[in-house]
Design a protein around this ligand. Structure first.
Ligand code: GLN
Length: 177
C-alpha cells in the first residue's frame, strides 16, 4: 500500500519505519499539498492530540484530511490519533469524530506509568501492547468492531475505513491490518 504518515508531531518516525518494515511505500504528510499524492492509507501517529489538532488547524490540513477520510481512504490511528477521531473526548463531543467511541484521555496513567501487556488481536497471540499516556475507550457503538481488550475495555477498534489503537503497535514492529 501507499501510506501517508501525518508527520507534524509525535511518533511519526516510528510509524514510518514500522510500515516500511511491513513492506509498504511510505510518504510524509506535512502540509495539505502532500495529500494530493495517490494514497491508500493515512496514518495518525501517537503524540499530543491537543497539539496535533491545533497544528492541523493552523496548517489548514484539517479539512482536506477529513475530506479524504470521508471519501473512504484507509485510516490507521494510534493513541493521540484515536483521540482525534473519537466522537467524544473527556465527556465533550468532538466535531471531527468519525469513530463511534467515547474516550478518556490519559486514563492509563502518566508517562512514567507507561506499561506493556501481552494480548491477542485479530488471531495474533501474545502481542506486546505498549500503553503510553493512553486513552481509555470507555464505550463503543454497535457499529464498532472491537479488535482487542484489556481490563474489560476495548483497546483497538475498527469501524468502516478506520482502525484505531489505544496502545502503540508501531513500537513493537506490529502492524496488523
Ligand atoms: N495523552 C496523549 C493525548 O492526550 C496521547 C498519548 C500518546 O499518543 N501516546 O493526546
Amino acid at each position: 500500500m501507499r501510506v501517508g504518515v501525518l508527520a507534524i508531531q509525535g511518533a511519526f518516525i516510528e510509524h514510518e519505519r514500522a510500515f516500511e518494515r511491513a513492506g509498504h511505500i511510505v510518504s510524509e504528510i506535512r502540509q495539505s499539498k502532500d495529500l494530493e499524492a495517490s494514497l491508500d492509507m493515512l496514518v495518525f501517529p501517537g503524540g499530543e492530540s491537543t497539539v496535533q489538532r491545533k497544528l492541523l488547524h493552523d496548517l489548514h490540513m484539517t479539512e482536506p484530511i477529513w475530506q479524504r477520510i470521508d471519501a473512504g481512504i484507509g485510516v490507521y490511528a494510534t493513541c493521540a490519533g484515536l483521540i482525534l477521531l473519537a466522537n467524544e473526548v473527556d465527556g465533550k463531543p468532538n466535531e471531527l469524530g468519525r469513530l463511534s467511541v467515547l474516550v478518556q484521555r490519559n486514563a492509563y496513567g502518566r508517562q512514567l506509568g507507561s506499561f506493556q501487556i501481552h494480548g491477542s488481536i485479530l488471531g495474533h497471540q501474545d502481542i506486546v501492547m505498549t500503553f503510553i499516556r493512553a486513552p481509555r475507550i470507555l464505550s463503543a457503538g454497535q457499529n464498532v468492531e472491537i479488535l482487542s481488550t484489556f481490563d474489560g475495555y476495548p483497546t483497538a477498534v475498527h469501524q468502516g475505513n478506520i482502525t484505531a489503537f489505544a496502545y502503540h503497535p508501531e513500537l513493537n514492529g506490529e502492524i496488523y491490518l
